[in-house]
Design a protein around this ligand. Structure first.
Ligand code: UDP
Length: 193
């Protein structure tokens, strides 16, 4: 559950392993769940973007990312259980995905980047299932939704930059058959090196 709030945005004040367990667990639910990382950048963007602010309010889980947010939390009298940023979470998520046999779809970044990140992750986490990849410069949302659904992916990582990635997940999650979609920013660029 999301019992804490910072800058009006609800979030789950939890340890990384709990966050990952929530992403990876299959659950009984039918609908695809959404999860976003809240950092100083997304707080700033949402202050000037009512649509992003609404999307962050409507998410199933928000994770707090970054030391700037820890300082803000401390000033609000909150102590954070963890720094749940995407870069540190992805290795934990990949290990849990192997253990629980959950497949990933990598959506976003420039042409070729998600593919390279997928190769690197498969190499680093033997047994990791990557159901598909798609670069992030597309116009036809429905075609991409169909591609993800046809891949049979369980978890969709969406790297389209903020606020596009959060808004894309919110607009398309009801059509996705995956169990969870996470907005991951520049993560594929980081893991493609
Ligand atoms: N991106 C994309 N499609 C777009 C805009 C951005 O795939 O229409 C990708 C971009 O190539 C990069 C990522 O989204 O891989 C955004 O990274 P950035 O670090 O700028 O995002 P942030 O973490 O600041 O949201």
């Amino acid at each position: 559950p999301q019992h804490s709030t910072l800058f009006g945005i609800p979030f789950s004040n939890t340890q990384m392993q709990n966050a990952v367990d929530w992403v990876v667990q299959s659950g009984e639910q039918q609908a695809c769940r959404s999860a976003y990382y809240i950092n100083v950048n997304s707080v700033n963007l949402s202050a000037g973007n009512a649509q992003l602010y609404r999307v962050l309010q409507a998410s199933d889980r928000n994770f707090i990312d970054g030391s700037g947010m820890r300082i803000a939390a401390r000033q609000a009298g909150l102590s954070l259980a963890d720094n749940n940023n995407g870069t540190d979470m992805l290795p934990v998520l990949c290990r849990a995905a192997v253990t629980h046999q959950r497949s990933l779809f990598l959506l976003g970044a420039q042409r070729g980047v998600a593919c390279q990140a997928a190769d690197n992750l498969r190499h680093a986490y033997p047994g990791l299932l990557i159901a598909g990849v798609q670069h992030g410069y597309f116009d036809d949302d429905q075609a991409v939704v169909d591609q993800i659904n046809q891949s049979g992916a369980d978890i969709v990582l969406v790297a389209l930059g903020s606020p596009r990635q959060e808004i894309w997940i919110d607009s398309n999650k009801h059509k996705l058959h995956a169990q969870c979609a996470l907005a991951v920013g520049g993560l594929f660029d980081f893991f493609s090196g």
